[in-house]
Every structure is written in C-alpha cells, then in structure tokens.
Design a protein around this ligand. Structure first.
Ligand code: NAP
Ligand code: G4F
Length: 321
C-alpha cells in the first residue's frame, strides 16, 4: 500500500486529493496546523479513513516529525496562505508560509527520506502581467502580488532541489480551479453563494471588484488527478494544468445570475475597496504538455462548474434555513 502525506488537507484541493488517493488504495496522512476553532468541514466525511498529523509549514521540526511518523512515498505540498488579496496586508506572513514554507518541507524531506516524490502547488499567478498568451511551461514569470512572488520562490526552490540533490520534485503550475468546497472569499464561490442568497431572499446586493479580469477556471476534482499523475512519471518535470479557455468575472456573473433567472445589473455593486493594488488581467493556460505526456484532460465545462456550485450553495443555505 502506497503512503502519501498531504499538507493543506483541510483546504479545497487537499480534500479532493485525499479522496482521490484513498480511491487509489493509498494510506493518506494529512498535516494539520492548530486552529482555535475546528475547520474539518471539507474532510469530515473521510476523517475516519485518514490520519491527521499536527504540524505547521513554518515549523521545520514538526515537518520532520510528520515525515518520520508517516514514512510517505509521496508528499503533496498544498499548504499556503492562498488568498491573493490578503497577501498585500500580510506580505511577510505570506512570504514565510507560501514561499519559505516550501524550503522547510523540502529540507525535512532531504534530511529524512530524500527518495520521497514531492509535488509543489505552483500557481498561474506567477505569470502575472503575462509575457505570452497562452501561458505554458516556458513562459517567463512576472508576479504581481506578494502571493505570486512567494509562489515563484516556492517554484524555483522545487526546481533547485531537483537539480541540486537529484530529488524527485515536481511543480504543477495550476490555473484557477474551483468547486463547491472553494473558500467563500474567492470570486467564483463569492458569486455562487451570493447569487444563491439573493435568490433565497437572504441578501440584497453583491459587491465585487474588477469585473474585467479574466481567468482560466477549471474544476478542482479534475486538477488533483494531474497532481498524482505528475508523481507517477519516470522523470520529475513541471506541468501547466489549465482548461485552455478564459472567461471574465463579468461572464461568470452573467452565467450565475442567468441560471437562477435574475438580471445581474440589478444586484452587482462595484466596490473600489475590492480592487487590487496590482491586477492580473488575463490568464489563459496551454495544457498541451500535460495532455500529451500525462494523458490528462479537464472534464467539466466552466458553465457546468458554476451551475454545480450554485446548486450546492442553494442546498446548503436551504438546509441552514
Ligand atoms: P486553500 O483552500 O486555501 O487551502 C490551503 C490549506 O493550507 C489549508 O488546509 C490551510 O489550513 C493550509 N495552511 C495554510 N497555512 C498553513 C501553515 N502555515 N501550515 C500548515 N498548513 C497551512 O487552498 P487550495 O485552493 O486548496 O489550494 C491548494 C494549494 O494550491 C495552495 O498552495 C494554493 O496556493 C495553490 N493553488 C491553488 C489554486 C486554486 O485555484 N485553487 C491554483 C494554483 C495554486 P487551514 O485550514 O488551517 O487554514
Ligand atoms: O478568485 P480570486 O480571488 O482568485 P485569484 O486571485 O485569481 O487567485 C486564485 O487563483 C490562483 C491561480 O491563478 C491561485 F494561485 C490562488 O491561490 C487563488 O486560488 O480572484 C479572481 C479575480 C481577480 O482578478 C480579482 O481581482 O477576480 C477578481 N475579483 C473581482 N471581484 C474578485 C472580486 N476577487 C475576489 N476574491 N473577490 C471579489 O470581490
């Protein structure tokens, strides 16, 4: 039985990856930092099938202990301060967690079990003010937020440990991926939850920032399969994972309000406080390498993804009511 350690197991991707690895027969361990209130919502349904290990990406000793305790074949580093907007007011913390945290986990692996196969959650945010359309593995980075700068650090240290020590380390450069488990602060979930609340009479308006920004949005359940596939190859390499389609926030809003039969113009309020100090205007990925080498492809369309998220938010809100 293969063993995997997932950092960030309570997050969106961690929960889908844990489910996927369990379905492949893995023994799954999840690193969980201490929080004052419980946040097991995404993994509640599989808690009896996985083992939780206490630890924090900022605490090297806890990472070494986590690797000793789980003795994994594969480590998936998904933990991060992942909300771009908060990376300006928390630039230093983001640098520690999202950037230096990657060096911590790589050091823990190098010192304990260097033949572990390692996955790093790199991000399309690294392309930032894009230097090429569409973006692929060879496109240079131009990060536009403290988050993206930290991810570039995490990305290159992953490449560096591969080249310096011959370790099996891969980065997946994942474009935005969403699901009903997406945090409420990210724009897709903010919109689907807001639309559901408006439809149910629980909210009167939805305040958003930049409606012109474009993203290549996919489904998280599809993307975790690519993470696993990267670690099953003969040689470690980096891959872009994307749908190859881009949509604006305005299109997202239109699709969402249309689905519940409402006119979005009546409810959307543009709020200057939600504009970012530096924006990433357009992301569009080219997943050709992943399709050719990994045999990976996205399964769910953008429109269906948004509809599924609205259905799920409706259900949750009705259950609460
Ligand atoms: P998420 O829902 O925000 O989950 C982040 C996870 O990291 C949570 O489990 C969180 O734990 C944990 N974490 C944060 N700081 C930690 C620390 N210091 N020590 C240990 N754990 C810590 O993020 P996601 O959407 O699943 O994304 C997973 C990873 O992929 C992240 O690295 C993100 O930056 C990257 N990424 C995401 C996307 C996307 O579109 N979703 C695209 C590209 C890359 P708590 O529950 O305690 O907060
Ligand atoms: O949903 P977002 O906050 O995601 P963003 O910034 O693209 O980052 C996500 O994807 C990255 C991959 O490219 C990940 F690395 C990262 O961890 C995270 O998962 O914002 C998307 C767009 C932005 O252009 C933002 O300015 O939506 C725009 N937007 C407009 N109004 C808004 C809002 N974003 C948020 N969160 N909230 C708004 O009210």
């Amino acid at each position: 039985m293969k063993k995997a350690l997932i950092t960030g197991i309570t997050g969106q991707d961690g929960s889908y990856l844990a489910e996927f690895l369990l379905s492949k027969g893995y023994q799954v361990y999840g690193l969980k930092r201490r929080t004052a209130t419980p946040n097991f919502e995404n993994i509640q349904h599989i808690l009896d099938k996985i083992e939780i290990i206490s630890g924090d990406l900022l605490d090297l000793s806890s990472l070494i202990e986590a690797i000793r305790a789980s003795d994994p074949d594969e480590v998936y580093n998904l933990a991060a301060q992942s909300f771009v907007a908060d990376s300006w007011p928390q630039a230093i913390y983001t640098g520690y967690a999202t950037g230096l945290g990657v060096t911590n986990i790589l050091e823990a692996i190098r010192l304990t079990k260097p033949d572990i196969r390692f996955y790093q959650a790199s991000s399309s945010e690294m392309f930032g003010k894009v230097l090429e359309i569409p973006q692929k593995e060879t496109t240079p980075f131009y990060p536009r937020s403290p988050y993206a700068v930290s991810k570039v650090c995490g990305h290159w240290i992953t490449v560096n440990y591969r080249e310096s020590y011959g370790m099996y380390t891969c980065s997946g450069i994942l474009f935005n991926h969403e699901s009903p488990r997406r945090g409420l602060e990210f724009v897709t979930r903010k919109v689907t939850n807001g639309v559901a609340k408006i439809k149910l009479g629980l909210q009167k308006e939805l305040r958003l920032g930049n409606l012109d920004a474009k993203r290549d949005w996919g489904y998280a359940g599809d993307y975790v399969k690519a993470m696993w596939l990267m670690l099953q190859q003969e040689n470690p390499e980096d891959y872009v994972i994307a749908t190859g389609e881009t949509h604006s926030v305005r299109e997202l809003v239109e699709i969402a309000f249309d689905y519940v039969g409402l006119d979005w113009n009546k409810y959307i309020v543009q709020d200057p406080n939600l504009m970012r100090p530096a924006e990433v205007d357009l992301l569009l990925g080219d997943p050709k390498k992943a399709m050719d080498k990994l045999g990976w492809k996205p399964e769910i369309t953008f429109e269906n993804l948004i509809k599924t998220m609205i259905d799920s938010d409706m259900q949750k809100l009705k259950a609460k009511k």
